[in-house]
Design a protein around this ligand. Structure first.
Ligand code: PEP
Ligand code: MN
Length: 354
């Protein structure tokens, strides 16, 4: 995908972050226009509003549909903003493009469905419009890449993605778990693909919009798509995560944008140190595995089982506590130890099977 182009629209500032802002759903003409006027007054240039809303359960507000296209046209003519909406079917694409929508995004539920993605791609063939593909609800990078490829193969070159987090059983902090390593890996594989962050759907609560936006900027994301409503508490969908246009402007003004491309001398020194530490880590891990193999042989000779659950539990608890004392994260340490332990067991099993 070397010929991808940035997500640009005539007259738009290309500085990071490119911000797309607007309500989760278009509810009424007044709500759409009032929100857009306030966002435009704060300097936002691209307005989002969902017209067709995919809802988890039937009976929720499923969007105003094509009727809202006329409201978006009023937003354009009265505020000069560009407008964006979500498309999930061929008919949505046709209606949105005929209705003057400037940028399309594909939702997380749709991105998880290759048939729906292909249908949308076919409807986009021959059209020149910027398209953003949200990550599928499940943490499946290949599915995300596949969805992007379908749109690319249809000829869309102003193509980007939106990281909106992944469904997880752990709902303690986030509505959708960020799992930053997945968009980071996507960026490693497709460095030219612009990445937006949707802090609203990751966090699910308005207090998390600012810290998540900052994290996205620190990771070098290109843009943000944020839900903003003139009266968030009365929003017909996703009210807990919407912020007022003024709050959003405040959040954006306070973002610290670090330039990704400047590599200072001290940074290269630190990188060299990391490289050395990684060399040592690798040596240590290799050494540890060799000792595990020895233990495997011993267990085999003495007819002992490979997995000794009590010792493993004790080791895990002790090392996790030690990690916390050293200022590291307990869960991180458990994950590392579990991975090492799994490999160690695999090695021991290969000895006992000799
Ligand atoms: C939305 O952007 O309002 C939306 C429905 O998001 P997602 O597809 O990420 O759930
Ligand atoms: Mn929403």
């Amino acid at each position: 995908m070397n010929d991808l182009q940035p997500i640009s629209l005539p007259g738009l500032d290309t500085r990071r972050p490119l911000a797309i802002a607007g309500p989760c759903s278009a509810e009424t003409e007044e709500q759409v226009l009032e929100t857009a006027r306030q966002l435009a007054a704060e300097g936002f240039r691209i307005f989002r509003a969902g017209l067709w809303k995919p809802r988890t359960k039937p009976g929720g507000f499923e969007g105003v549909g094509a009727e809202g296209l006329a409201w978006l046209r009023r937003v354009k003519s009265e505020t000069g903003m560009y407008v964006a909406t979500e498309v999930a079917t061929r008919d949505h694409v046709t209606a949105a493009l005929a209705g003057g929508v400037d940028l399309l995004w594909i939702g997380a539920r749709t991105a998880a469905n290759p048939f729906a993605m292909q249908e949308i791609a076919d409807a986009l063939r021959g059209r020149d419009v910027p398209v953003l593909v949200k990550n599928p609800v499940s943490p499946d990078l290949e599915l995300w890449v596949g969805a992007v490829e379908r749109i690319y193969n249809a000829g869309i070159r102003r193509l980007g993605v939106i990281h909106r987090g992944f469904t997880s059983i752990d709902k303690s902090l986030y509505r959708n778990h960020p799992m930053w390593s997945i968009p980071i890996e996507l960026h490693r594989r497709l460095p030219q693909l612009p990445i937006f962050c949707d802090p609203s759907h990751i966090g699910g609560k308005r207090e998390l919009v600012a810290p998540l936006s900052q994290q996205a900027m620190d990771l070098g994301f290109d843009g943000l798509i944020v839900e903003s409503h003139c009266h968030p508490d009365t929003a017909w969908s996703d009210k807990a995560q919407q912020v007022t246009p003024q709050a959003l402007a405040y959040i954006c003004r306070n973002l610290v944008i670090r330039e990704a491309s400047v590599s200072t001398e001290s940074l290269s020194e630190l990188r060299a140190e990391i490289d050395k530490l990684d060399d040592r880590l690798l040596e240590l891990l290799t050494h540890r595995m060799r000792v595990s193999v020895e233990i495997g042989r011993y267990k085999k000779e003495h007819g002992m089982p490979v997995l000794q659950a009590a010792r493993y539990e004790e080791l895990l608890a002790r090392r996790a506590a030690q990690a916390v004392e050293l200022g590291m994260d307990r869960e991180f340490m458990r994950t590392v130890l579990q991975a090492i332990h799994e490999e160690s067991i695999r090695q021991q099993l290969s000895v006992t099977g000799e």
